[in-house]
Design a protein around this ligand. Structure first.
Ligand code: 9WO
Length: 253
């Protein structure tokens, strides 16, 4: 069972992932465990203070190293008790390495993961130096804290665990699984607000349907994410399908 520990001053935020949808079900099934640690519970004074003014001056506050370090130590101790040899300790920050599907698949192979979610203007860098293995960003924007980023990471890791998704929703069918964006999807009715479903999807010809879906995935990736396209080697067949897509969509928006 994959072990997660999270260090956060807002443990209740993590009830959202622990309870809802396939990720909540996976926890009920015992496919992963998640424990939150609050640095306030390790603070020294009656006010349970975990932040202080930044050395060098300037606005805002910085998370103090001592309560954070003690919460992290408790998290690592729990990982050890759960049988994890060496947990990956990850700090969620816009300064980190950008999360992608390959990094998710790398993390799915871990026995245990400790997530550090900062607040205020950030955490004392000495905690990063001593305790953190890697810094990860979920995108180039600033949040109010690392918690939502930690939950994004938990969600995309857990849904890759064996037994979390059924056959129908299998992760191998996902966008990015094969380095491409997903194809468009349609369901009933056949005519909606004057728009019809592409005829090939109504044909029952599964070879043709497969070709169409791959062509759409290639075309969308080429048009919307040229960065992904440059990373993805195309087979002869895929190259042909992409050329078909370009011919068919030439002159359209
Ligand atoms: C605030 C800020 C303001 C101006 C210019 C740069 C800035 N960076 C930050 C900042 O990193 N604030 C953090 C809030 C402090 C600690 C955690 N917080 C956080 C984490 N915001 N956003 C994230 C995050 C984490 C992972 N991926 C994307 C965003």
């Amino acid at each position: 069972m994959l072990q997660f520990d999270v260090v956060t001053i807002f443990p209740p935020m993590f009830d959202a992932v622990a309870e809802a949808g396939v990720i909540g079900r996976a926890r009920e099934k015992g496919l992963y465990q998640l424990v939150a640690w609050n640095p306030r519970d390790f603070a020294q004074n009656a006010h349970r203070t975990v932040d202080d003014r930044p050395y060098g001056g300037g606005p805002g506050m910085v998370m103090m190293p001592d309560p954070l370090g003690k919460a992290l130590a408790a998290a690592k101790q729990r990982q050890k008790s759960a049988g994890v040899k060496k947990p990956r300790v990850i700090h969620l920050t816009p300064q980190g390495k950008l999360l992608n599907h390959a990094l998710v698949m790398d993390l799915v192979g871990e026995q245990g993961i400790v997530l550090l979610a900062g607040r205020y203007e950030g955490i004392d860098e000495r905690v990063v130096a001593r305790d953190v293995d890697e810094e990860i960003s979920i995108g180039d924007y600033v949040l109010s804290g690392g918690e939502l980023a930690a939950m994004v990471l938990i969600d995309c890791i857990v849904r890759q665990l064996p037994g979390v998704l059924g056959d129908a929703e299998s992760a191998s069918q996902d966008s990015f699984y094969d380095g491409l964006l997903d194809c468009p999807h349609y369901t009933r009715p056949e005519l909606y607000e004057g728009q019809v479903v592409p005829a090939v999807l109504m044909s029952g010809n599964h070879a043709e349907i497969g070709r169409w879906r791959l062509k759409q995935a290639l075309g969308r990736t080429w048009k919307r994410r040229p960065d992904l396209m440059r990373q993805r080697k195309l087979t002869e067949e895929e190259h042909g399908l992409l050329e078909e897509y370009k011919r068919e969509t030439a002159g359209t928006a």
